[in-house]
Design a protein around this ligand. Sequence first.
Ligand code: SF4
Ligand code: SF4
Length: 81
Amino acid sequence: MVTAEVAAKPKVKKEPPVVDVIFENCKGCNICVDVCPTNVLVLIKVPNKWEGYIAEVKYPEKCTRCMLCEIECPDFAIKVY
Ligand code: SF4
Ligand code: SF4
């Protein structure tokens, strides 16, 4: 039997978050780096690519799955699962 208390509990993903940067779409604008509250992301130099930088997921273990990076990226270049 499902009690009211169990039914009211939000469904929370148990797996650790996965953060993916889509290389082809990222233009290295730094927005995701700025908005990430736990400093998961950094910019790395990539010669011959847009401004010469792209975002890299440096500390994935610090991700809280807040989704801010995915929401704020203007180029749909970052996905959080
Ligand atoms: S916000 Fe998007 S385009 Fe800008 S650096 Fe981050 S992933 Fe790349
Ligand atoms: S989902 Fe939130 S915590 Fe995770 S990388 Fe994006 S902005 Fe940072």
